[in-house]
Design a binder for this molecule. Structure first.
Ligand code: ADP
Ligand code: ASP
Ligand code: MG
Length: 443
């Protein structure tokens, strides 16, 4: 069994959906995970924001506009009037559900229900298309098996058990379609795996079904060595280890959801990143194997807050760091980077929700300084294998950029630098020119 995930652009129009149907129609067993059609989740977010503000007229206009877009998709996707009618009825049900939220109190529960509609629509429309084409398939409701616990972590035992139960209902079926992104939470409510979460769904489903391979089909030919939205001259990387890919995903390479490598790594299932627009391209294979050593890629993550605690007297005292970490633990706020000196410890967080509380508690241990609008630049590769020279190239390339923190040695795959977000684009461009070999670019 393979798991194939198609992202928003890959199912972004009737034409694209037809291409996906062609790609998957080879008779081999697979679970196909779909995102919402591109733009839909953003539009649902906008509808939810409008509903929070009680701007119901505006919300209805946005809902009608999105509904119209789907009516056009229906017109272009199906041949028979019968299927068109069936699909129009189905999308009306979804949009009436969204409209119902204009009539009552709007809270986070209703918001999550609104956000779920994108994946519910794309999968239902795709299943109807397969039916019309006579391709045998079953639509599996992700809400029957995908679940997060009270810490918003996937409940892998539940997912495995319930996915297997769902699959066992259809012993004759080779092709399953399901929704990415959406899940139930510990209270049984509709929830989601955060933006970009369909990759995570695919990886969790792959792990739960003991898949032989997880394929992430998107709009680019694999993981590139640098952010193609910022840097012009980037190139795809043929092979990455699980750890290298996990670092890149976590530190901002948008092609993969930050947590999506972990479930595949745990079950040692290779992940292939492939391009729907260019299905023959090699893409990127992520597996337990590390390709050749040296620097492989660079990614950047914005919205970082740096916190420095200065305390000459306390820092070396037994238990000081534990006390500091406990503050973050109490507020369930993960720390990304950490550096220490004799008089201070600096660390970074990407979730500033409890910043005020955290800062107040840390003041017990020393003088606290907070810098917002920071970015982490993460340089990924196999630094042990290469042993020397990488550091020099990186610092030479960034000699004119003020570096706020440097972290090296935490793992053999990662060198992280903290900079002002205003310096990010320039840093990525400078690194692209300075640290990648010519022959790598031509590979
Ligand atoms: P999907 O809708 O298929 O999930 P995404 O937009 O989430 O697609 O991810 C693909 C996009 O990620 C690419 O179009 C590209 O702009 C962006 N991206 C950012 N960093 C990288 C990188 N290092 N390699 C490849 N793509 C990247
Ligand atoms: N549709 C969701 C989003 O736009 C999930 C995904 O595309 O992965 O974030
Ligand atoms: Mg994505």
């Amino acid at each position: 069994m393979k798991v194939l995930k198609f992202g928003g652009t890959s199912v972004g129009s009737a034409e694209r959906m037809k291409m996906v149907a062609d790609l998957i129609n080879d008779g081999s067993p697979k679970i196909v995970v779909l995102s919402a059609m591109s733009g839909t989740t953003n539009q649902l977010v906008q509808i939810a924001e409008t509903l929070y503000q009680n701007a119901n007229q505006e919300a209805n206009a946005l809902i009608d506009a999105l509904h119209d877009k789907y009516k056009q998709v229906v017109e272009a996707l199906y041949q028979t009037d019968e299927k068109k009618k069936q699909a129009l009825e189905l999308i009306s049900l979804h949009f009436d559900h969204i409209r119902s939220f204009t009539l009552d109190l709007f809270t986070i529960y209703e918001e999550r229900a609104v956000l779920a509609q994108g994946e519910l629509l794309s999968t239902a429309l795709f299943q109807f298309f397969l039916e019309e084409q006579g391709i045998a398939s079953v639509l599996l409701p992700a809400l029957n098996f995908m679940k997060i616990d009270e810490n918003e972590e996937p409940d892998t035992a539940y997912i495995s058990k319930n996915l297997k139960l769902e699959l066992e209902k259809y012993p004759e079926t080779n092709l399953f379609i399901t929704q990415g992104y959406i899940c139930r939470n510990a209270f049984g409510e509709v929830d989601n795996l955060k933006r970009g979460g369909s990759d995570y769904s695919a990886s969790l489903i792959g792990a739960a079904a003991d898949a032989s391979e997880i394929q992430i089909w998107t709009d680019i030919d694999g993981m590139h060595n640098n952010d193609p939205r910022v840097v012009k001259d980037t190139f795809p990387i043929a092979e990455l280890s699980f750890d290298e890919a996990a670092e890149l995903a976590y530190f901002g390479a948008k092609i993969l959801h930050p947590s999506s490598v972990q479930p595949a790594k745990q079950k040692n299932i290779p992940v292939r990143l492939l391009n729907t627009m260019q299905p023959q391209a090699h893409g990127t294979t992520i597996s337990a194997q590390t390709g050749k050593g040296g620097i492989k890629a660079v990614a950047a993550k914005d919205g970082i807050t740096a916190i420095k605690i200065k305390s000459g007297r306390m820092l070396l005292a037994y238990g000081f760091l534990r006390s500091v970490f406990e503050v973050f633990e109490r507020y369930k706020t993960p720390i990304d980077m950490i550096t220490t000196s004799e008089v201070a410890v600096s660390l970074t967080i990407d979730n500033p929700k409890f910043l005020t509380e955290i800062t107040r508690e840390l003041q017990e241990y020393g003088q606290v300084e907070v810098d917002q609008n920071q970015s982490i630049i993460c340089i990924v590769g196999d630094f042990i294998a290469e042993r020397s020279g990488s550091g020099l190239k990186i610092f030479e390339a960034l000699k004119d950029i003020p570096l706020r923190m440097i972290s090296y040695g935490g793992s053999k795959n990662n060198i992280s630098l903290l900079i002002n977000t205003t310096d990010k684009e320039r840093s990525l461009i400078l690194l692209n020119e300075g640290i990648f070999e010519r022959n790598q670019k031509n590979a």
